[in-house]
Design a binder for this molecule. Structure first.
Ligand SMILES: Cc1ncc(C[n+]2csc(CCOP(=O)(O)OP(=O)(O)O)c2C)c(N)n1
Ligand SMILES: [Mg+2]
Length: 551
């Protein structure tokens, strides 16, 4: 809030930049990720002066990815603030003139340009509130260039109070009763724990539900860790089997989108009963007709369910045929992965790499990942033990998110639990999308270990010899398969270029050693470039659509 003495002197002027910074501060904005240019620089400086942490990125996309991860990790907003051209040049072809407010409207929950400097605090409060109430999402605030340095009388600015935390909504009592009875009568129940459950901090109540009633559960990619992956009720290793034969599925903040095969046969029983728990009403009934819908805050609704189920003593029998089937399938799947992991042939395959990484992964670390095979296989082997500690390309499968996510996680780690590490597992192609953020990582000396799983390409590549042979033919653009990247690229040199530690590894022993050294060295970020068999793939899948994310 503005200093009272300062405010009393009516001739006192304040710049638009300072008003923006103060409005953000008042709304508890803790981090700004950005790139400055004239005149946006003034806003970043004003924010720093108020104690907001400013992280200068190398690309706006990466800055947005980082800010979105901060929103997910801290529960506070993703606000995009864009500088736009001066108002008095609008429609004249001003420098960088573009209809930004209209362009953002499609993709945000709220998109607006304040009509005056005096309106800035109001618009920022509304943007912050819209971004965190209901299903969270990004909001856009447009700042014309002439606002930034314009001076106004301090007394004309009224700051809004910090918006209240989102109100907690609960499901209808009758729906909770029905849901409890459907769960009690299930023969082959399954809980699916989604990112929404993680965002709602529902870990305690969901763990209680799992443990008290001995229910099998499956996490979605970012639902991993809400209940630890090594929990005896986790059936992640029998995912296909669990989805295919469950007769009752409770979805906690998980959408029935492509990741969950739309909830449709043949991946599910045609008569499977879905119980959807979600904060977003528009999500309920998508693709399937649910048996019960529980609209509300996932943590609150889970507590309602617990209370209802508690009324009559009941437990899903741990010796049921369903549990036996799931356990057997998990065993055989785990054995198949282990066999691949233990292969001694060089170059290494994905499973060997992840097996060794998993062995040294600190329990409390953040795991960030992107790539196709790299992300999909890594997700099955690398375990999460804490909620909100896995960030990956998820629903959109957008390559390029990894380094921004890792930077955000590292900021949270640094500020809230010093000593905690971020392990960022990148495909070689995925890394290329935001590779220059390594400089950002080094500039702020962030506790990040980057692992590049390098197969010389997108899904697959060629070895050096094949590559040379191929180039003997005609021009490269005519013959080089579109998935190929330059073989044997020394990505670790991107890290050493900025003062971090770089490793180039080709064997399990080199991988183990470099991991040990990177984890032991808390003074610098590191990058381990792990060469694998360029034609390595994932183990045979029961269903071709399991590899959908490769598209
Ligand atoms: C922004 C964006 N561009 C392109 C794609 C298409 N795509 C899917 S996965 C992928 C990269 C996969 O290669 P890599 O990261 O090396 O992982 P690998 O499968 O080789 O382990 C690409 C480019 C995408 N998902 N997102
Ligand atoms: Mg690759």
């Amino acid at each position: 809030m503005p200093d009272n003495n300062f405010a009393e002197r009516s001739e006192e002027q304040v710049s638009g930049a300072k008003v923006i910074a103060q409005a953000l501060k008042t709304q508890d904005v803790e981090y700004i990720f950005g790139i400055v240019g004239i005149p946006v620089t003034e806003i970043a400086i004003a924010a720093q002066q108020l104690g907001i942490k400013y992280i200068g990125m190398r690309n706006e996309q990466a800055a947005c990815y980082a800010a979105s991860a901060i929103g997910y990790l801290t529960g506070r907003p993703l606000l995009v603030i864009g500088g736009s051209s001066e108002r008095n040049q609008e429609t004249m072809g001003a420098f960088q003139e573009f209809p930004q407010v209209e362009a953002c409207r499609l993709y945000t929950k709220f998109s607006a340009r304040p009509s005056s400097i005096e309106a800035i605090p109001f618009v920022i409060e509304k943007a912050v509130r819209s971004s965190i109430y209901g299903r969270p999402g990004a909001c856009y605030v447009d700042i014309p260039a002439d606002f930034v340095n314009l001076q106004v009388n301090v007394n004309s600015i009224k700051y809004m109070e910090r918006c209240m935390s989102p109100p907690i909504s609960m499901a209808e009592t009758s729906a909770v009763c029905t849901a409890a009875s459907v769960i009690r009568n299930a023969k082959q129940p399954l809980l699916i724990i989604g990112k929404g459950a993680a965002y709602a901090h529902a870990e305690e109540s969901i763990k209680k539900l799992v443990e008290q009633y001995k229910l099998p559960f499956l996490p979605t990619p970012m639902g991993k860790g809400v209940v630890p992956d090594n929990h005896p009720c986790c059936v992640g290793a029998a995912r296909s089997r669990a989805l295919q034969f469950a007769d009752v599925i409770v979805l906690f903040g998980a959408r029935l989108n492509w990741i969950l095969h739309f909830g449709l046969p043949p991946r599910y029983q045609p008569d499977v009963k879905f119980i959807q728990v979600d904060i977003c009403a528009e999500e309920l009934g998508n693709n399937v007709k649910p048996a019960v819908t529980l609209l509300g805050n996932i943590n609150a609704v889970t507590k309602q369910l617990l209370e209802e189920l508690d009324k009559t003593p009941w437990q899903y029998p741990p010796e049921s045929k369903w549990w036996k089937t799931l356990r057997e399938k998990m065993k055989s799947n785990e054995a198949a992965s282990k066999e691949l992991a233990s292969k001694k042939s060089l170059p290494m395959n994905y499973y060997t790499v992840f097996y060794h990484v998993q062995e040294q992964l600190p329990r409390d670390c953040f795991v960030v990942s992107e790539g196709a095979n790299t992300m999909d296989i890594g997700r099955t082997v690398l375990q999460n033990y804490r909620p909100r500690h896995r960030l990956d390309a998820g629903t959109f499968g957008t390559m390029g998110v990894g380094l921004g996510f890792a930077i955000a996680a590292a900021m949270v780690a640094k500020d809230r639990s010093p000593g905690q590490r971020v392990i960022c597992v990148e495909g070689d192609s995925a890394f290329g999308f935001s590779g220059m953020e390594v400089e950002t990582i080094c500039r702020y000396n962030l506790p990040i270990i980057l692992l590049i799983v390098n197969n010389n390409g997108i899904y697959q590549g060629f070895d050096t010899d094949t590559w040379k042979e191929m180039l003997k033919f005609r021009g490269a653009t005519a013959v080089v398969p579109p998935m190929c990247l330059l073989p044997n690229s020394h990505y670790e040199q991107v890290m050493t270029a900025f003062g971090g530690k770089g490793y180039f590894v080709q064997t399990p022993e080199e991988l183990q050693k470099s991991l040990r050294q990177s984890l032991a060295d808390t003074t610098k970020p590191s990058l381990i470039n792990i060469m694998i068999e360029p034609q390595a793939t994932r183990k045979a899948q029961d269903f071709h659509w399991l590899t959908r994310s490769n598209m």
